[in-house]
Design a protein around this ligand. Structure first.
Ligand code: ZN
Length: 54
């Protein structure tokens, strides 16, 4: 049987200030770009994080 291709791919969430990759998430293929407020350990504050593909 053929191996099923994953419907999800790994993305990173980058801090918009320091560009640090703070989180990695699995996202559905072809989904729109994500923007989310999360805590950045480097800035030590909540920052908008944007999605970046691997
Ligand atoms: Zn940051």
């Amino acid at each position: 049987m053929a191996k099923k291709k994953s419907a999800h791919e790994l993305s990173y969430l980058l801090c918009s200030e320091c560009k640090e990759r703070n989180y990695h998430i699995f996202r559905k293929r072809g989904a729109e770009k994500l923007e989310i407020r999360k805590f950045c350990p480097r800035c030590r504050a909540h920052r908008v994080h944007t999605e970046k593909k691997k």
